[in-house]
Design a protein around this ligand. Structure first.
Ligand code: SAH
Length: 282
């Protein structure tokens, strides 16, 4: 069946909303397409997980609108954001809707696009590195591994009514990794529920705050002690919970040293080939 909406073009004279994933934080994880679109945006509507380093790609002349949603502090209601995007698109602007991670993974990107589609506003989606992928990489935890995990589940620990009413039997299956977004405040409950549903209390868990950023912190433990360890370390949002045997691989594979520029791409004088990479901003 043929689509009734015209195919959106980059250089179309009418407005277009680009729903862009900004990745977990490190600006180097932006896609080329994200950077190119940011550099020519008329207006950028961004969330609180988007770092200043990433916003630096937005031209000074472009309008920046903060639409962030922190827990229990809804700066702009979802309906208002939807209406704003529809209005800006109809004004003929090149609108960037910038979200942390990937817009289609726990990002309400689908809801925003439904509003645009209902009003006939053109849009495109630019995927980003989702927290599960980006944060686990920077924590040195492969989400799957032939010896330890053949399945990986992404779940949200924060449900609409504030409880973590998850499908516990599916979460405690062996040989899988469970990645929990927005689960920090429910961590004690989540660990307890997993143990009650048959997971070994020794199952390794990592909680990673600010993954991929210089402020990254990783706390590891087991289902039995992770909540108290995380509380003692004072971890804050955004934090990602990774549960499964693969967490143990971090002992061997942790490579990212936050704040140590020598471990990062640009500062690595030991590998001169990195220096020849073209600048995206050139
Ligand atoms: N669309 C985003 C997820 C939004 S939900 C994505 O694909 O990544 C927000 C949750 O993502 C946070 O509560 C946290 O669990 C996780 N998250 C996002 N960025 C993170 C980061 N840099 N470090 C740790 N967790 C992160």
């Amino acid at each position: 069946m043929e689509s009734t909406t015209p195919a959106p073009q980059d250089n179309a004279p009418t407005g277009c909303v680009y729903l862009i994933g900004a990745g977990p934080g490190d600006a180097e994880l932006l896609t080329l397409r994200a950077v190119r679109l940011l550099e020519r945006a008329d207006v950028v509507v961004y969330d609180n997980l988007v770092s200043a380093e990433i916003l630096a790609f937005v031209p000074v002349a472009a309008e920046r609108i903060y639409a962030g949603k922190r827990r229990n502090e809804h700066t702009m209601r979802q309906e208002m954001i939807n209406a704003l995007l529809v209005r800006l698109g109809k004004e003929g602007k090149q609108v960037v809707r910038l979200k942390g991670g990937d817009p289609f993974i726990f990002g309400r990107g689908g809801e925003e696009l439904q509003a645009l589609a209902a009003h006939g506003v053109a849009f495109q989606v630019i995927p980003g590195v989702t927290a599960a992928s980006g944060v686990s990489s920077y924590a040195g935890i492969p989400l799957t591994h032939r010896d330890w995990a053949q399945t990986c589940l992404f779940v949200t620990g924060h449900l609409k009514d504030g409880t973590a009413d998850l499908d516990w039997p599916s979460l405690v299956r062996p040989r899988q990794t469970v990645v929990i977004y927005m689960g920090l405040s429910g961590l004690a409950d989540i660990s307890q529920q997993m143990i009650s549903h048959g997971a070994p209390w020794t199952l390794p868990v990592a909680v990673v705050q600010d993954g991929s950023l210089p402020s990254q912190k990783v706390v590891t433990g087991t289902l039995s002690d992770i909540a108290s360890r995380v509380a003692a370390a004072g971890l804050k949002s955004p934090s990602l919970i990774i549960i499964g045997e693969v967490v143990k691989l971090r002992d061997e594979l942790a490579w990212f040293k936050p704040g140590d520029t020598a471990s990062n791409f640009h500062g690595n004088k030991a590998t001169p080939e990195h220096e020849t990479l073209p600048s995206l901003r050139a």
